[in-house]
Design a protein around this ligand. Structure first.
Ligand SMILES: [Zn+2]
Length: 474
């Protein structure tokens, strides 16, 4: 069923005649159910025209004083063919529909003066298919997705202008229109395109998905639309390091909230003028949120740092624990990069024995993310087969939160150190007391297995199982 009612006719007529597309007309008439927006554009336009045509007589009979309306429409639409007939037909009829001139213009897809084509070409199946082809070619593995659509910031200015126009029109009929009585462009775009994306890609749209498809629109022709706001509200447009332009959507919205209605009207045409071209798509990008792999590692080499050891740009040792593990993960997850973290660290010449040290690896922008437990086992085996310097165990996919627990554990965990001590002199009571002092220093449970050795070792060497290697002179 066509969603507009008799109360919407004036607004619909006004907007259509000023170059606004049917879907934007629905938005400004507060149509908040999805179905009408999803109709094919041509069908929508002809339905709208039919509605306005059949309503023509009612429209005229409803308006007690049609001439001012005619004049206003003519002023607004100066230059649009067919509008000239308004003052010429002399019968008080709105002939723009009758002679089909507006209809023919719009069916050639006149670019909407409010959405700049977003609710025209860019929500038709053909465009969605193009985006989906890009998504499929990106090689990402995904079971759902989140869409992030970025519109040119000047759309907010045009939206504001159209809102003021409709508000004024409704005011004439003693009706009010708040900003949130209209449907946001983003919302309408979502209603139309989400089902199409979902159908085309065969997966649901889910705001919590880690797989994000972002589409960025630009409209160079109207880029200066928001520039006048800067003069009125310089505070809203402060340069930021990470922004290419001060005219961000947020800044524009902030300025629009501040600017007085009459100031806006002085600076910007209401209705906004019609552009020549539709928006352009400057970016279609896919990205997958990071996934995390955790486990424990043992290190059996005294010649292997935990992370690449680089001093003054020069690499000191060929490899590192993090690389021996992460290189395999990067390949298998087809990730862009990684971040390695662990529960504490050990020096280059210290082995890590026992159950091993917990570690986690963040895989950035992974193209593959779904693995069976068997596949993870095989991956662990692959890492272990590739080097005798390290071994990993308990390899598993974990959540970001689990990494936090690992870091907390670093603060709280109890470490166990064992040391084998040789000395070239007989151990005295005071030597034991000295060791007791070390125990205090390390704050750990220190179990010393002391062996008296008559050999000539001059120092007492302590090897830790999990932490540091130190040499203590006795
Ligand atoms: Zn539009």
């Amino acid at each position: 069923m066509f969603p507009l009612t008799v109360e919407n006719k004036h607004v619909a007529q006004l907007l259509l005649s000023t170059g606004t597309c049917p879907r934007c007309i629905f938005r400004f008439c507060g149509v908040d159910f999805h179905a009408p927006y999803k109709l094919p554009y041509k069908e929508l336009l002809s339905e709208l025209q039919k509605f306005l045509e059949t309503a023509k007589d009612e429209l005229i009979s409803e308006v007690p004083n049609p001439p001012p309306k005619k004049i206003r429409l003519q002023e607004l639409e100066d230059g649009i063919d067919g509008m000239d007939n308004l003052s010429q037909n002399g019968e008080g009829k709105i002939s723009i529909i009758e002679d089909g001139s507006i209809a023919s213009k719009n069916s050639n897809l006149n670019v909407c003066n409010v959405c700049l084509g977003i609710l025209q070409d860019f929500c038709e199946k053909e465009f969605i298919k193009k985006v989906c082809q890009k998504v499929e070619a990106s090689g990402f593995e995904f079971t759902n997705l989140v869409l992030s659509i970025s519109f040119p910031p000047q759309l907010s200015v045009r939206e504001h202008a159209a809102w003021l126009l409709v508000k004024q029109e409704m005011g004439k009929q003693s009706l009010s229109l708040e900003r949130n009585d209209t449907v946001q462009l983003k919302e309408a775009y979502k209603w139309i395109t989400h089902p199409l994306f979902s159908e085309e890609l065969g997966v649901p749209i889910d705001g919590k998905s880690l797989f994000e498809v972002s589409v960025v629109f630009a409209h160079p022709e109207t880029v200066e639309d928001c520039h006048f706001l800067r003069a009125i509200c310089p505070d809203c447009f402060k340069p930021a390091k990470n922004k290419q332009s001060v005219f961000t959507r947020m800044a524009v919205m902030k300025a629009l909230n501040k600017i007085k209605e009459e100031d806006f009207r002085k600076q910007f045409p209401c209705p906004p003028n019609s552009p020549k071209a539709v928006c352009s798509v400057v970016e279609i990008e896919c990205a997958h949120g990071a996934v995390f792999v955790a486990g424990r590692y043992n290190k059996y080499s005294r010649n292997l740092p935990q992370t690449p050891w680089i001093i003054d740009g020069e690499r000191k040792l060929d490899s590192s624990v993090e690389e021996l593990i992460s290189d395999h993960l990067l390949t298998v997850f087809k990730a862009e990069s990684f971040n390695f973290s662990s529960s504490g660290r050990e020096d280059v010449d210290v082995r890590t024995l026992g159950n091993g040290r917990p570690f986690a690896i963040e895989l950035v922008n992974p193209h593959r993310v779904h693995f069976t437990s068997q596949e993870i086992k095989e991956l662990q085996q692959k890492i272990n087969n590739s080097s005798n310097k390290i071994q990993v165990r308990d390899l598993q996919l974990v959540t970001r939160e689990a990494i936090g627990h690992m870091k907390e554990g670093e603060e709280e965990k109890t470490k166990t150190y064992s040391a084998l001590i040789w000395t070239n002199k007989a151990i005295q009571r005071k030597d034991i007391e000295f060791l007791d002092d070390i125990k205090l220093v390390l704050h750990g449970y220190l179990h010393f297995f002391l062996k008296q050795n008559p050999a000539t070792l001059k120092s007492l060497y302590m090897e830790t199982l999990e932490e540091r290697s130190r040499t203590f002179a006795l």
